[in-house]
Design a binder for this molecule. Structure first.
Ligand code: APR
Length: 236
């Protein structure tokens, strides 16, 4: 039986695909920090601004200029090698893991390509900009459609399952995440507590660097593929 692996990814894995990370020095959008736009309060106060922010991100993701990079592709090879022993938990709302071919994935912070009705909670994919005029195709209410994104102050998705998978894994690897946003930042502690070998791949030392057994510094597109290939070779 191959070792059970949980991979946690953050914005850094998509950086080489051309998506800005959250805590980039130039990470401002129209003069706002993401923490000012990605909140339920911001959506209540100024839904048009929040729609503009997510519509822009979604349009860029679909522009044809953003593609999965070698780190996304390496994780697909890993999944194909170990099957059900693999789980990818991502904080990213982009769809680059799926576009690369990943199947076993949890989007703990939601998905940019989906919207959710605030009245009936129906989740659906959508293919044009969200506006305050949009009507829910399920309950018929107007003005309640929101990006299917976990905003600051909201509960991430599938936490129970994530926690138990992490408690059960033998290898835990965090890739391209700054280790400041909870509860994702604490998953490594649970992995360590239950005896997993822990790896951190990042361009800079993250906040929770000290919690990992191994730190691999550099661009994910360069560091993750050789690690995956070595892992597959040693597992076979
Ligand atoms: N390869 C590896 N790591 C990289 C690369 C790269 N090419 N480029 C940047 N990084 C690292 C940075 O050094 C940083 O530590 O990726 C990390 C990105 O950190 P953040 O921008 O904070 O992204 P993330 O950890 O995913 O943010 C967590 O915060 O705003 C919320 O909900 C949002 O999911 C997001 C959460």
């Amino acid at each position: 039986m191959p070792k059970k692996i949980v991979i946690l990814t953050g914005a850094g894995i998509s950086a080489e695909s051309g998506i800005k990370t959250f805590r980039d020095p130039d990470g401002l959008w129209e003069g706002h920090r993401p923490e000012e736009v990605a909140t339920p309060e911001a959506f209540r106060r100024d839904p048009e601004m929040v729609y503009r922010f997510y519509n822009a991100r979604r349009n860029r993701l679909q522009s044809g200029r953003i593609e999965p990079n070698p780190a996304h592709l390496a994780l697909v090879r890993l999944e194909q090698a170990i099957g059900d022993s693999f789980l990818l938990v991502t904080q990213n709302v982009d769809n680059l893991h799926e576009r690369a071919g990943t199947k076993r994935i949890i989007h703990m912070h939601g998905e940019l390509m989906k919207k959710r009705c605030q009245y009936c909670s129906t989740i659906s994919t959508y293919d044009r900009d969200l506006t305050t005029e949009d009507q829910c195709s399920s309950c018929g209410e107007t003005g309640g459609m929101r990006p299917h994104i976990v905003w600051f102050g909201e509960m991430p998705f599938e936490l129970d399952r994530i926690w138990s998978e992490v408690a059960d894994c033998e290898v835990f690897a965090a890739i391209g995440t700054s280790g400041v946003v909870e509860p994702a930042a604490s998953l490594v502690h649970e992995a360590r507590r239950t005896g997993a070998d822990t790896f951190c791949f990042s361009l800079d030392s993250p906040e929770n660097r000290g919690a990992f057994d191994n730190f691999i510094e550099g661009k994910a597109g360069e560091t993750v593929p050789p690690w995956v290939d070595q892992f597959i070779a040693s597992a076979s």
